[in-house]
Design a protein around this ligand. Sequence first.
Ligand SMILES: Nc1ncnc2c1ncn2[C@@H]1O[C@H](COP(=O)(O)OP(=O)(O)OP(=O)(O)O)[C@@H](O)[C@H]1O
Length: 380
Amino acid sequence: MIEARGLTKRYGRTTAVNALTFSVQPGKVTGFLGPNGAGKSTTMRMILGLDHPSAGDVRIGGRRYADLKEPLREVGALLEAKWVHPNRSARSHLRWMAASNRIPAKRVDEVLEIVGLTGVAGRRAGGYSLGMAQRLGIAVALLGDPGVLLFDEPVNGLDPEGILWIRQFMHRLAHEGRTVFVSSHLLSEMALTAQELIVIGRGRLIAQTSTKSFIESASDSSVRVRGPELARLYGVLTGQGLAVQEAPATEDSPAALIVRGTSTEQVGELAGTVGLVLHELTESRGSLEQAFIQMTGGDVEYQAGGHTAAGPAPGVPGGPGGPGGPSAAFPPPGAVPPPGSGTGPVPPGPVTPGASGGPAGAPAPPAPQPGAEARRAGKP
Ligand SMILES: Nc1ncnc2c1ncn2[C@@H]1O[C@H](COP(=O)(O)OP(=O)(O)OP(=O)(O)O)[C@@H](O)[C@H]1O
C-alpha cells in the first residue's frame, strides 16, 4: 500500500505537486491520471525517494522509501525507457542488477520467462524494440518480487499489441495481490486498465474514486433541442423545472438548447403539448475526455481523428458527441531508470496529446541513493 499525505513539491516558483493526499491499495490496478505536466512523474519520483518532498510525505507499507531495508524486494518501478547499456544483453543486464542487489541468479531466468523475453535474452539490448525494452524494464522491476509496482506512462509509444500486453500484465500483477500504480494522461487507456483512479490536475488532487463511478459521473447525458421558437421552448422547459442551457450558434450549428436530466421523449412531448415545432431533438453522451479536460483544468489539447476534442463541457453543444521509455525500469535501489469526442461511456480509441511529453522519470543509476534528487535535466 502507498500512502501520501500533504505531499508537495516545489521547484522554484513552480508547484509541481500540491498537498496531495491519497492511498493506493493492493489487489487492484490504480490509475494515476492527469494531463501532461500535472505532477504524476514528480509524485512517482517522490514515492521512490528520487525527489525530496518540499512538504508532506509518502510511505510504502508504512515506511518511507529511504527506510526500506531492501527496497528492490518491496517496490519495483518502470520509469524511463531505453536506459540499458546497448551492448548488454537482457540476461547480462538482469544478472548484474540481481548481483548488485543480492538476488539469486536463478531469479533472472524466472523474470525473463514472466515477461516473455527468454528467447531473446542473449541479444544485445540496443537492438530491442520499444516493446521489448519495456518488457526488460518490467523484468528489472520484478527482480526482487516486490509487492508494490509503479509504472510511469508505460504504454507511451507502444503498438496496440504492446499496449494490450502491458494492460493484461498489470491486471495479473494486481490479481496476485500486489499494489499496482500506473500513471497516464490517457483517460481512455485508464478506463480499460484501472479499477481505481487518482485524478490530478496542476499538482492537485481532483478525485480518488472507482473508475466505474468516474466514468458514470463524467459521461452525463443531455438532450440537444432546437426549433424556430427557441425562447418559447426555453420557457416551456424551464417551466417544468428542467435545467436548460443556451447553446449559441456556431459556424457549424445553429443555436440550440441543452437540457439535462431528461430524455428526448420528455422534451418532445413537452414541445408537442404547446404545439412547438422542433428541428432537432438529439441525446448526447458527454465525452469522457472533455470531462477530464474540464475537471483537470487542462490546458492541453487532446486530439483524435485529426480534430481537436478540447472544447465545451460534456453536454454543451459545440462539441460532437457532446455538448459539446519505458522505460527503463527503475529498480529501486538497484537501478532506475490518448479518444476524440467519443459518444459512449468509454471512448473508442486512445487520445493523443497535442502537446506531447515523453515519459518522465529519472535515469536508472545502478544504485540510486535513496532521497537523491533526480533532476529532469539528468534524464537520458
Ligand atoms: N526537476 C524539475 N525542475 C523544474 N520543474 C520541474 C522539474 N520536474 C518537473 N517540473 C515541473 O513540474 C510540473 C509537473 O511535472 P511532471 O513531470 O511531474 O508532470 P507529469 O504529470 O508527469 O507530466 P508528463 O506526463 O508530461 O511527464 C511541470 O510543470 C514540470 O515542468
